[in-house]
Design a protein. Structure first.
Length: 268
């Protein structure tokens, strides 16, 4: 059950300008990085397809062992009941004509690479649009916060004036209630603007590729998963029975948390 709520911590790494945000996104956005790597891999596919028209050289070895195991069989050449042989060689293959298959494979790879390049540019445009839109929303929310704070201060001052006038009989209780309602509405607008600014800032960090746990300084209760560290840990394990312990859930469960309702617990 949620207890006393506290304001969320400030978001780290917010950019000073939209240009800085875009530059960070072009370097760190995971979708854009993946699109770039796919385009690079498609370029290698062109070279692989073209290599099918090149000669190939193979080294091969083979060996045989024949043993009669006392059955009386003798080799006609050596006169022995056990013979061995070994063969080693080099085989070279030079393709002369393949019916246009290498050229067709290369054209296919080129078409795929062209599509991958266009997809990378499309992803870049989408990421830049996301960052710029999120930055504009964040800036707008910051401006709304400043104006709403002024509205809250004005509503507080107005309430004080109405209360003072009520003491001398110039205002009624209804005027005080109206002033309190205006102050409450201004405070709600301020909290809403702060929430919108936080969401816009987080959206911008996500588009920049800076919304991971390590970027936000979150404590997961253990070491953060790093795919490169995990690869280095397991790359030399060739034994069939070398396995990790069975996984255990790390997330907290909410099955024992009662459903939320509209009751407001007493502060006493």
């Amino acid at each position: 059950m949620p207890g006393k709520l506290a304001p969320p911590p400030p978001l780290p790494g917010l950019p000073a300008s939209v240009e800085e945000a875009v530059a960070t996104a072009l370097e760190s956005n995971p979708d854009l990085i993946a699109s770039h790597e796919r385009a690079k891999a498609a370029g290698y596919d062109i070279e692989v397809a073209g290599s099918t028209r090149l000669p190939t050289v193979e080294l091969f070895t083979s060996g045989t062992l024949n043993d009669s195991l006392g059955s009386g069989w003798l080799d006609s050449t050596s006169g022995s009941d056990r013979t061995t042989s070994a063969t080693a060689g080099v085989r070279a293959t030079i393709p002369i004509f393949q019916g246009g298959r290498p050229a067709a494979l290369e054209r296919q790879a080129q078409a795929s690479a062209s599509a991958a390049l266009e997809q990378e540019i499309a992803m870049e445009r989408d990421v830049i649009a996301q960052v710029r839109a999120a930055y504009s929303s964040w800036q707008a929310a910051q401006s709304i916060i400043e104006s709403t704070r002024s509205a809250v201060a004005a509503a507080e001052l107005s309430l004080e004036g109405v209360q003072a006038e009520n003491t001398v009989g110039n205002r009624t209780i209804l005027d005080i209630l109206n002033a309190e309602q205006e102050l409450q509405q201004a405070r709600v607008q301020l909290v809403t603007a702060q929430r919108n600014a936080y969401v816009a800032g987080f959206t911008m960090l996500a588009a920049m590729g800076k919304a991971e746990a390590r970027d936000l300084g979150l404590d997961p209760g253990g070491p953060l998963y790093d795919p490169q560290d995990n690869y280095r840990r397991v790359q030399g394990k060739v034994f069939d029975w070398s396995f990790d312990p069975d996984p255990v859930a790390q997330s907290t469960r909410t099955v024992d948390t009662p459903a939320q309702d509209g009751d407001i617990p007493s502060s006493k």
